[in-house]
Ligand binder design. Structure first.
Ligand code: CU
Length: 347
């Protein structure tokens, strides 16, 4: 849920934009992938793989095809003074431990967490130029992409899934400007190339950091099997048995559950702190930090703001209250499922 407080220079810097990784769920509930057993999930995957491969360009023969399918688009360039910010991001499978402490521990309540807690996740991973080598480990959420107003964000995306696990994946951004070519969305017969990146294939997205893009935004898979795959780590907060094949439901912050496993945030008195919280599953969450309040954009003090699906809130304040603090979702079933962590403030 939260990302760590920013370093001393604070946020938002003028013209700053960060596209934080994550996923929101466009459709939920009715899709069998959410209620299925692992075997059915495999069937859903197989169904996704059977989706006909769309032509790279507009499918003019499709029912309903019209002038919008005839459009062609140019790749946006940086504004004067801006630069093209290049990233290489790969989607891959990874074994992900939701409760990595050993023995598995809930530090808030000082008790053990019954295992197991490892599942097969789909994750985004940042790579070096040309996908030569990993730049960081696989992460939930995926790598944070930075840009300033006037820049373009050029993301070379590779679907690194094996053919066995294989299905088309994408990266779909929020908050930035893009034309249909770089939407990164599967649209059936109307799909453009960036909306259906097959295993082993690459696609380069170009998004624009316009003045109204300042802030923190998620990106996520929006391919033909986006609901299941976002829940697998591309990315949602509830890691449920149909997805993980584990015994219990975990309520996660950045893919981890229970204090001591979730991110431990740190700050010092006097620092300008910004904690960005994204709601990344189908639930509403209530973000609460003990010992702290802050003002919302209207200037009103808030205490426990609601964060709905794909919403982002930023808790920003000058730190003045040292100690060991708890942050957690105040929906009780969520906090008991692990949606909690430590916020440590040094004098
Ligand atoms: Cu919650």
């Amino acid at each position: 849920m939260p990302s760590p407080p920013e370093s001393d220079d604070g946020l938002p810097r003028r013209g700053f934009l960060a596209a934080g990784a994550g996923a929101f769920l466009c459709t939920i509930g009715a899709e069998r992938v959410l209620v299925a057993k692992p075997g059915d999930a495999a069937k859903a995957d197989a169904a996704a793989r059977r989706v006909p491969v769309p032509r790279a360009r507009a499918a003019t023969a499709a029912p309903g095809a019209g002038p919008t399918e005839q459009l062609t688009f140019t790749t946006p360039q940086p504004q004067p003074g801006g630069t093209a910010r290049e990233y290489w991001v790969q989607a891959r499978e990874a074994l992900w431990d939701i409760v990595p402490t050993r023995p598995r521990r809930d530090e808030w309540h000082g008790r053990a967490v019954a295992g197991p807690s490892v599942y097969r996740a789909f994750v985004y991973q940042q790579m070096t130029e040309g996908f030569a080598a990993p730049l960081a480990g696989p992460a939930i959420p995926g790598p944070t992409l930075y840009a300033e107003v006037g820049d373009t964000i050029v993301v070379h995306f590779r679907n690194g899934l094996s053919d066995r696990a294989g299905q088309a994946l994408t990266m779909h951004p929020h908050g930035v400007k893009y034309n249909p070519e770089y939407d990164g969305v599967f649209l059936g017969d109307f799909t453009r190339a960036g909306g259906f990146v097959r295993p082993g294939q690459e696609f380069t997205y170009t998004w624009e950091a316009t003045p109204d893009a300042v802030g923190v935004w998620p990106y996520h898979d929006h391919g033909p099997n986006h609901t299941l795959n976002t829940f697998r780590g591309l990315f949602g907060h509830s890691l449920a048995p149909p997805v993980t094949d584990l015994e219990r439901q975990f309520q996660c912050i950045n893919g981890r559950a229970f204090a001591g496993n979730t991110p431990t945030l740190r700050a010092k008195v006097g620092q300008d702190v910004a904690i960005h919280v994204m709601g990344m599953d189908s639930n509403f969450h209530d973000f609460h930090i003990h010992g702290h309040r802050w003002k919302d954009p209207s200037g009103t003090f808030v205490d426990t703001p609601a964060v709905g699906p794909n919403e982002t809130i930023t808790a920003r304040f000058i730190e003045d209250n040292p100690g060991r603090w708890l942050y957690h979702c105040h929906v009780f079933t969520h906090q008991d499922g692990g949606m909690a962590g430590w916020y440590l403030v040094e004098p």
